[in-house]
Ligand binder design. Structure first.
Ligand code: SF4
Length: 302
C-alpha cells in the first residue's frame, strides 16, 4: 500500500508505460550568481550542472547518452521527460530558451519537460513560452522555495521572498502550468514546527508537486564554511523521516510527490553521511507513516 501519491505512479497512469527523467545541462547560468549576490549559501558553483552543453554536447546528444548509458530501468523505459536541471533554466533570451527546449523534442522518445528555475525569473514572455510547451507536451515547472519563512530565505541567501514564490505559483496556475516546489528540510535555524509550516503553506497554494531534500553540506560552499565556523544542528536520518512524514500528512492527497530525499553527488563525502543512504531513508519514511498508520493528506485541512 502506497501512503503517498508518487510521481512514478502518476506517470505510469498517464503514459501507460514507465517514464524516466533525463537530467540535462543546457548551458544556462544563474541570475542570482551573475548579479553579484553570491548565490544560495548551500549551492556550489556548478548549480547541479555537469557543464555538458559548454563542452559541446547538444541536448539530443545528452539525451541519447543518458539513455544508452543509463541503468536497465532507464533503457527499458518507453518515454522520457527532459529535465532541464542545471542552474536557472529560464535565464536566457526567449529565442535561446525556445531553441534549447525544441532541441529536446527532436528525440521522439521525449514526451515532456521538467524545467527548474527560480520564482523571480519568470517574466511574462517566458510564461508564454512555457504555456505553449505545456499545451503541446506534458510540462512541470520546478520552482525553488526551500522554506516558507523569509528569515530562513535571508539566512541562506535565496534572494527572493515567500511572497514572490506565491505570486509565481499563482501566475503559473492562471495558465494551467503545473508547479513542483523544491523544499529543503534541516536548514539552519529551522524548528520542526517551521518545517511543518512550509508544508501547510504549500497546501494553501494547492501546489501540484513537491520535491523534498535533506540538507547536506557541499564542501567549499558558504554554508559549509558557516557550519565549520559555528556548527548548527544537522538532522539525523530518523528526524528527517519524521519531518517528511509530518509534511506528507499536511499536504493535499492530490499533490504529486516527486522526491522524498536528496541525492548528494557521488564526488563528495556528504555531511551528514546518512544522506548517501537513500534506500534507508525511504524505508524510514515509509516505516514512519506505517507506524502512525497515516498517509498523505491525513492532517490537511484544505
Ligand atoms: S538559484 Fe539555484 S543555481 Fe542559483 S545559486 Fe541558488 S541553488 Fe544555485
Amino acid at each position: 500500500m502506497e501512503r503517498y501519491r508518487s510521481f512514478s505512479r502518476v506517470l505510469k497512469e498517464k503514459f501507460a508505460s514507465p517514464v524516466r527523467k533525463i537530467s540535462l545541462d543546457a548551458g544556462f547560468s544563474c541570475p542570482h550568481r551573475r548579479g553579484g549576490e553570491g548565490g544560495c549559501t548551500y549551492c556550489d558553483a556548478w548549480g547541479s550542472g555537469t557543464g555538458a552543453y559548454g563542452q559541446g554536447r547538444s541536448i539530443p546528444d545528452q539525451i541519447a547518452c543518458a539513455i544508452s548509458r543509463g541503468a536497465s530501468a532507464t533503457k527499458l523505459a518507453g518515454a522520457f521527460l527532459a529535465y532541464f536541471q542545471a542552474h536557472t533554466n529560464t535565464f536566457a533570451s526567449i529565442q535561446t530558451l525556445r531553441s534549447r527546449f525544441e532541441e529536446a523534442l527532436t528525440d521522439p522518445r521525449v514526451v515532456g519537460f521538467s524545467i527548474g528555475t527560480r520564482p523571480d525569473c519568470l517574466p511574462e514572455p517566458v510564461l508564454d513560452l512555457l504555456d505553449e510547451l505545456n499545451r503541446r507536451t506534458y510540462l512541470w515547472l520546478e520552482l525553488g522555495l526551500q522554506s516558507a519563512h523569509d528569515e530562513t530565505l535571508r539566512r541562506i541567501n535565496r534572494g527572493h521572498t515567500v511572497a514572490q514564490f506565491a505570486d509565481a505559483v499563482e501566475r503559473c496556475h492562471a495558465r494551467g502550468i503545473r508547479v513542483c516546489a523544491h523544499v529543503i528540510f534541516g536548514l539552519p535555524g529551522e524548528t520542526r514546527e517551521m518545517m511543518r509550516d512550509t508544508a501547510r503553506f504549500l497546501a494553501s497554494l494547492t501546489i501540484d508537486g513537491v520535491k523534498f531534500h535533506s540538507l547536506y553540506l557541499v564542501p567549499g560552499t558558504q554554508m559549509e564554511m558557516e557550519y565549520r565556523s559555528v556548527p548548527f544542528p544537522l538532522l539525523s536520518q530518523q528526524e528527517y523521516a519524521e519531518i517528511v512524514a509530518d509534511a506528507l500528512e499536511r499536504l493535499p492527497p492530490e499533490t504529486v510527490v516527486q522526491r522524498l530525499t536528496g541525492d548528494p553527488p557521488r564526488t563528495i563525502p556528504p555531511e551528514p553521511p546518512w544522506t548517501r543512504d537513500k534506500a534507508g531513508t525511504l524505508a524510514l519514511i515509509r516505516g514512519e507513516l506505517a507506524r502512525r498508520d497515516s498517509f498523505q493528506g491525513a492532517l490537511c485541512r484544505g
